[in-house]
Design a protein around this ligand. Structure first.
Ligand SMILES: NC(=O)c1ccc[n+]([C@@H]2O[C@H](COP(=O)([O-])OP(=O)(O)OC[C@H]3O[C@@H](n4cnc5c(N)ncnc54)[C@H](OP(=O)(O)O)[C@@H]3O)[C@@H](O)[C@H]2O)c1
Length: 187
């Protein structure tokens, strides 16, 4: 389809992307501030994206932030329950209730080329369908013990190719992987 789907996400060492109640404040602890780290490649990543696709839970969390962090970027919120889109975002945020492959094919038909897939459940659904091409995962040096998982039982085995690892003085370790594909399908 000529369209690429990427993940760019932070996770605790024990694999959670948020506390059980969705809190992500632990990502911004003062001891993590590391000027030498810059933005961990975020701006470069975002500049390569033309559409952000996120699950409703992530969208609702972002709405609770003091400002909308994605500027004019087109955002697709996946939801079966029709979340309310604030008026000021209606020109760039749309809602879709569709299977991941349908979402990708609709966006491809619109000429989109690089999708940022966000939210734990959403990433897992895209992985399950073999739709994720690349993942950048920044491990934060904390064990949350419990929370919302990045990964789960996706019902298939996926081979990854390691692209790069960067480590930062504040203890963040960023791994970049290409998703090669389903091991069962290759046998
Ligand atoms: N650490 C980080 O970098 C990071 C990044 C992103 C998010 N987060 C955190 O992760 C939490 C959210 O993650 P999450 O795993 O709970 O969920 P999520 O993926 O954000 O949202 C899941 C919801 O999206 C909807 N959905 C997903 N795929 C769909 C599809 N194909 N069609 C229709 N609806 C679909 C469903 O909502 P309905 O019930 O409406 O159908 C589903 O319950 C938040 O607390 C957020 O702050 C952390």
């Amino acid at each position: 389809m000529g369209i690429k789907c990427s993940v760019y996400i932070a996770a605790s060492v024990d694999g959670f992307i948020a506390r059980p109640d969705g809190d992500v404040d632990w990502l911004h602890r003062p001891e993590y501030s590391a000027p030498e780290a810059g933005d961990y490649g975020y701006e470069e990543f975002i500049a390569s994206i033309d559409t952000l696709v996120m699950g409703r839970n992530s969208f609702e969390k972002v709405l609770s932030f003091s400002e909308w962090p994605y500027g004019e970027m087109p955002v697709v919120v996946l939801s079966s329950s029709g979340p309310v889109i604030p008026k000021e975002l209606q020109d760039r945020v749309t809602v879709q209730n569709a299977a991941p492959e349908e979402v990708v094919s609709r966006l491809s038909a619109l000429g989109r080329r690089h999708l940022y897939i966000d939210g734990g459940i959403t990433i897992q659904r895209f992985l399950r369908m073999g739709l994720i091409d690349e993942m950048t995962i920044t491990r934060i040096p904390i064990l949350l013990g419990d929370g919302i998982p990045l990964f789960g039982a996706i019902g298939t085995e996926l081979q990854l190719e390691h692209i790069a690892t960067n480590s930062y003085e504040n203890g963040f370790v960023q791994n970049r992987y290409r998703v090669i594909g389903d091991n069962d399908a290759q046998e």
